[in-house]
Design a protein around this ligand. Structure first.
Ligand SMILES: NC(=O)c1ccc[n+]([C@@H]2O[C@H](COP(=O)([O-])OP(=O)(O)OC[C@H]3O[C@@H](n4cnc5c(N)ncnc54)[C@H](OP(=O)(O)O)[C@@H]3O)[C@@H](O)[C@H]2O)c1
Length: 302
């Protein structure tokens, strides 16, 4: 079969190549992948993948071989999946890492949900109830950001969406943003939770905007800029503020099911901002890292 594999010595860092068919473990299903999506971290760090490994994590398609141990979906079922090696014509996924795609949800949209959706869902859940709370989301124009805006609004938050330029805010009001800011300098009221996708100066400024006793959830560092905290700036009188990391993507199946259910009912939308054949991966990467994708980039697997 064909797959997009890591090729650290090639100029693009990847290539479309013939690879052996995946051999599913007893607790894995084999999926014929129809669509896959591109995540910021996996393309930002392409050069670090072992040569020859099949790239990608987010996929949607049809089950062509059920799991030997009897768990999970059967042959022919439409599924969304999360796991290493997703960007191939076929891929093996643990049955704890797939969810059924309801008939009303397009497979290409489903493929856009896994990593960004799980990340937004889990970081919001970790914060507890956001009902009536001021939630600041940085990098709100991107994949995680657009998911987080929708889910925070669903949880009853007052959502403040931060973007890099006014054009990048397109559609955010409809997704549930109560306030849209370009940069953080114009926010003058403290916030109760930060979901930070940008890092660098955004993280430092967002920390200062955080109310005592509350949490800044660091998700990512899209800016790749260092964060410099001036001396004593971490100190604040009153209840302690918390800075949390995120990286727990284990057992994604139940959260995938939640996301596909919400998307199938139209409660959230997948926000596919770029779509094209997998032979155009380079264009997708250029657009994503060039901050020109409103949401997710989805590849059609031929
Ligand atoms: N911890 C985890 O498990 C986890 C999971 C998923 C993602 N992440 C990380 O979280 C971050 C966001 O992921 P994503 O999928 O939302 O990425 P994305 O779709 O590329 O969005 C990133 C956003 O960051 C903003 N940004 C600000 N400064 C930037 C800069 N110098 N270069 C590029 N973007 C910049 C951009 O918004 P504007 O153009 O509006 O400024 C962009 O929309 C990434 O760093 C990713 O690696 C971590």
């Amino acid at each position: 079969m064909k797959a997009l594999i890591a090729a650290p010595d090639s100029p693009r860092g990847f290539q479309l190549a013939e690879v052996p068919e995946p051999v599913p473990a007893p607790d894995q299903v084999l999926v014929e992948v129809r669509h896959a999506s591109v995540n910021h971290g996996e393309v930002r760090h392409l050069g670090f993948q072992p040569a020859g490994s099949v790239l990608g994590y987010d996929a949607a398609g049809h089950v062509v071989q059920a799991a030997e141990n009897g768990t999970g979906p059967g042959v022919g079922e439409r599924v969304v999946a999360f796991g290493a090696g997703a960007w191939g014509q076929r891929a093996a996924f643990g049955t704890d890492s797939v969810a059924a795609v309801p008939p009303s949800l397009d497979l290409a949209e489903a493929a856009a949900l896994p990593l960004t959706g799980i990340t937004a869902l889990r970081t919001l859940r970790a914060a507890g109830s956001v009902l009536g709370r001021r939630v600041l989301i940085t990098g709100a124009s991107g994949g995680v950001g657009r998911m987080a805006v929708q889910l925070a609004r669903l949880g009853g938050a007052h959502v403040i969406a931060s973007v890099g330029s006014p054009e990048r805010a397109e559609g955010l009001r409809d997704l549930g943003a109560d306030e849209i800011v370009t940069g953080l300098d114009d926010i003058d009221t403290p916030v109760d939770l930060v979901l930070d996708n940008v890092g660098g100066n955004h993280l430092v400024t967002a920390w200062n905007l955080l109310r005592p006793g509350e949490t800044l959830q660091s998700i990512g560092w899209a800016s790749q800029e260092p964060a410099t905290f001036p001396p004593n700036s971490i100190f604040a009188l009153g209840a302690a503020k918390t800075l949390r990391s995120f990286g727990d993507i284990s057992n994604p199946g139940p959260d995938l099911a939640t996301l596909t259910d919400l998307a199938a009912r139209g409660t959230i939308t997948a926000q596919v901002g770029w779509r094209g054949p997998w032979t155009n991966l380079e264009d997708a990467i250029t657009a994503l890292l060039g901050r020109r994708v409103l949401g997710k980039a989805v590849l059609d697997i031929e």
